[in-house]
Design a protein around this ligand. Structure first.
Ligand SMILES: Cc1cc2nc3c(=O)[nH]c(=O)nc-3n(C[C@H](O)[C@H](O)[C@H](O)COP(=O)(O)OP(=O)(O)OC[C@H]3O[C@@H](n4cnc5c(N)ncnc54)[C@H](O)[C@@H]3O)c2cc1C
Length: 459
């Protein structure tokens, strides 16, 4: 039957790691042979400010939007093809519903046609999204954790893995708050450290000279304007994704991570510099009727994308702050009522920014100009925070079938540590990595049909 002797160690109790463990125990793999090590807390102890670490990782405290399309959320179909990718995402969505205290409240929004008024200037990515509900994520986490514990899965909390010896198959972690060290042997390793472990992933890549695939540059601005100008589109797609592509130039642009209603621009400190992002508050008390989203360019063919982007980010700072440009507006407030940390610039400095972006800022200028045509009331009633950036670490080369490193076939990279950028793809990669250690058993059969939202009985 199953190879019971294999000790599986999962580094990171994030979306990918938890889905991997669930796939295993659902299929009869003994929980006692699975250990999950995480530097955060279990779902009962995890505090709201622990955004990135602990049970379900960044996904556990996220917006809870489960995207359901292979063109969104990172790479999956390139490994397994479209059909299998959708099936894996189904499993992840089913897991979130299964541990949801009120699964009937999980709603799917599925815009079915690009509205005519955005054509011919923009395309709109159309994809279904399952809304789990942020407030329920905590309860889901507890139910899910209880299930894995009941199946005998071992958890080691609050311990950071700082070294992995791929040759002797040993994971080294801090033990009891860094006073000593723990080490654990593995037969198979699932490496799912997410964004919070991106530096560690990079260290391993460097140490073992892992073969990697080059990544693109992802840079742009965070655009902000009163929501009323975009309402027509928000009514069609709440988290709209406008996009355009210049294939011959290796450049594509998309609006990224749209926030509405109670939408705030947030400063991200990366490598000592300011860049920008956005978030939305749920509480009506925070409503400011603003919309913000990234206008992100994906630029291919830059030889050292990381250094190239860092250099631009570093040059877009004045007096230790990032920049804000608007033809008419001033810097907005954060949800705490302070000014967003940004240095307001005029046209002259904006021209310097254009030079810093080495010609690529023109694409952003055009994007904004065309939005003014599509949303006529927008006019000059907008501002941009400069820059927004996504530093993508090079992606290690893995086998398609189980995401194992080509150089170390018992080490599987999954989730944001590989090529994912969202919950469904991360979870799906976790499942894919362990599938070969499982085989379906007939006692477990109820599934949700993610196309209709109905319960399907396989028994
Ligand atoms: C605020 C926010 C909102 C988001 N909203 C959405 C959304 O609505 N929809 C969506 O699809 N995606 C969203 N995302 C992205 C999504 O959460 C991630 O893509 C997903 O969680 C990645 O899963 P993962 O398992 O790879 O990593 P994570 O879920 O981040 O988990 C990684 C785990 O590894 C642990 N870890 C890291 N390093 C170590 C170490 N050295 N030793 C031990 N443990 C370690 C961490 O503690 C963490 O628990 C959001 C992200 C954030 C930050």
């Amino acid at each position: 039957m199953l190879n019971m002797a294999k000790k599986i160690v999962i580094v990171g109790a994030g979306v990918a790691g938890v889905n991997a463990a669930t796939k295993l125990v659902d299929n009869g793999y003994p929980g006692k042979d699975i250990t999950i090590i995480d530097m955060g807390n279990d779902p009962y102890k995890r505090k709201p400010e622990e955004v990135m670490t602990g049970f379900l990782g960044a996904g556990g405290w996220s917006d809870g939007k489960l995207t359901y399309h292979t063109a969104i959320g990172g790479q999956l179909s390139k490994y397994v093809g479209e059909k299998k990718a959708m099936a894996l995402m189904d499993e992840v969505i089913n897991n979130f519903k299964r541990f949801h205290p009120k699964p009937e409240e999980v709603q799917c929004s599925n815009p079915d046609a690009e509205p005519d008024f955005i054509k011919p200037y923009f395309g709109l990515r159309l994809f279904p999204v399952w809304h789990v509900g942020t407030d329920y994520l905590h309860e889901i986490g507890k139910n899910w954790y209880d299930y894995l514990v009941s199946k005998g899965v071992n958890f080691i909390w609050n311990e950071k893995v700082f070294k992995i010896d791929f040759e002797s198959r040993l994971v080294h972690f801090t033990y009891k708050n860094e006073f000593s060290e723990g080490a654990m042997e593995y037969d198979e390793l699932i490496f799912g450290v997410g964004k919070s472990g991106i530096d560690f992933a990079q260290e391993l890549q460097d140490e073992y000279h892992l073969e990697t695939e080059p990544k693109s540059v992802q840079i742009g601005v965070r655009f902000e304007a009163p929501q009323k100008h975009f309402q027509k589109l928000i009514d069609v797609s709440y988290d709209f994704k406008l996009y355009r592509k210049f294939e011959d130039k290796g450049v594509s642009l998309r609006s990224f991570c749209t926030n509405n209603n109670a939408a705030y621009v947030a400063v991200e400190k990366t490598y000592g510099d300011n860049s920008y992002n956005g978030h939305a508050k749920k509480d009506k008390a925070y409503r400011n009727d603003m919309t913000n989203f990234g206008i992100l360019m994906e630029i291919n063919g830059i030889s050292n994308p990381f250094e190239w982007s860092r250099n631009i980010v570093n040059k877009c700072q004045i007096k230790g702050k990032g920049l804000y440009y608007s033809p008419t507006r001033t810097v907005s407030q954060t949800s705490e009522g302070a000014e967003v940390e940004a240095f307001q610039i005029g046209l002259e400095e904006l021209n310097d920014v254009r030079k810093t972006f080495k010609g690529y800022f023109e694409y952003i200028d055009d994007f904004i100009e065309d939005m003014k045509k599509v949303f006529p009331s927008l006019g000059d009633d907008w501002g941009v925070y400069i820059p927004e950036v996504k530093y993508l670490s090079p992606e290690p080369l893995v086998y398609d079938s189980d995401l194992a490193l080509v150089d170390y076939p018992n080490v599987h990279f999954v989730g944001d540590a590989l090529s994912a950028r969202g919950i469904t793809v991360s979870g799906a990669q976790g499942i894919l990595a362990v599938e070969k250690f499982t085989k379906p058993v007939d006692h477990w059969a109820d599934e949700w049909d993610n196309h209709t939202g109905d319960m399907v009985h396989f028994r």
